[in-house]
Write a protein that binds this ligand. Structure first.
Ligand SMILES: [Fe+2]
Ligand SMILES: [Fe+2]
Length: 271
């Protein structure tokens, strides 16, 4: 059995000034597929945001280091400790000797079973704290939905792009660049399904408190949203994305697939 899930190479796309979305496309067992994204900010002090996944290491390295020289990378920001965001962390730290890893205490603890991070190259930022990357201030802002308690998004105060980690993601049918290119109904259902699946506690949210958390994010003045698993969200779709998340306390729990679905999948592969 091949232990590596095949991925499809998709070229980086520029989402804002100096800001590139690094993409790979992974086909699951269902007809819908998902991106595994990361970000490169080519400012005065270049930043890599999340480090992709192991199956796409060669292409990920070519895409990232086609945009920035390893020696020039000054910061590596880790949104959370999931394997689809940390797949090349060890390699990046080895290749980029001038980079400081920006993360938080709990992420270091949770990663310790896999990697002993060089603590003298680490900076901890908590929700709301920021660091200066030379020509811009980057603010760690926890997204309203997440699947790891270590999660922090990253708001670029210069470009007003927000890296939302897993939040606002959506499955897609093909490697679409922007959610504006999706069928509107498919996107609305996709963002709802993905976020209910990834954060099943949405059903226990107090609507008023939830609204204030989204207000906090909206107050930043974000003009584009990038995330680990979807196309770019920009323009009028940013407001619509907030509107869709606001409904989640009243939406039904995501219903997972079961054994009968697995039987169907296995039989279709065997046929
Ligand atoms: Fe995650
Ligand atoms: Fe993820």
């Amino acid at each position: 059995m091949d232990p590596i899930v095949p991925t499809e190479r998709v070229r980086p796309v520029q989402v804002a000034e100096d800001t590139w979305l690094i993409r790979q496309f992974i086909h699951g067992v269902l007809p819908v597929s998902a991106f595994i994204n990361s970000l490169v900010i080519k400012g005065r002090e270049p930043v890599i945001v999340d480090t992709g996944s192991r199956p796409n290491r060669t292409a990920w390295m070519e895409d990232v280091f086609g945009l920035v020289e390893p020696d020039d990378v000054r910061w590596v920001f880790l949104s959370h400790d999931d394997h689809d965001h940390t797949g090349n962390l060890r390699e990046v730290l080895e290749m980029c000797p001038n980079a400081t890893l920006v993360t938080n205490w709990l992420a270091v603890e949770r990663l310790a079973i896999d990697i002993a991070l060089p603590l003298d190259r680490v900076r901890w930022v908590n929700d709301g704290e920021s660091f200066d990357a030379g020509d811009r201030t980057l603010v760690a802002v926890r997204p309203p939905l997440f699947d790891s308690p270590t999660t922090r998004g990253l708001f670029d105060a210069r470009t007003r792009n927000y890296w939302a980690a897993d939040c606002f993601a959506t499955p897609v049918l093909e490697a679409t660049e922007n959610v504006a290119d999706l069928d509107p109904g498919f996107w609305r259902e996709g963002i709802s399904s993905f976020n209910r699946m990834n954060s099943p506690w949405h059903q226990w949210l107090d609507a008023a408190k939830w609204g204030r958390e989204l207000d906090r994010l909206q107050a930043l003045g974000i003009t584009s949203i990038t995330n680990g698993h979807g196309p770019v969200t920009s323009g009028m779709y940013v407001q619509e994305a907030y509107n869709l998340l606001r409904r989640l306390p009243d939406e039904a729990p995501f219903v997972s697939l079961g054994q009968s679905d697995l039987d169907t999948i296995v039989n279709s592969v065997a046929a």
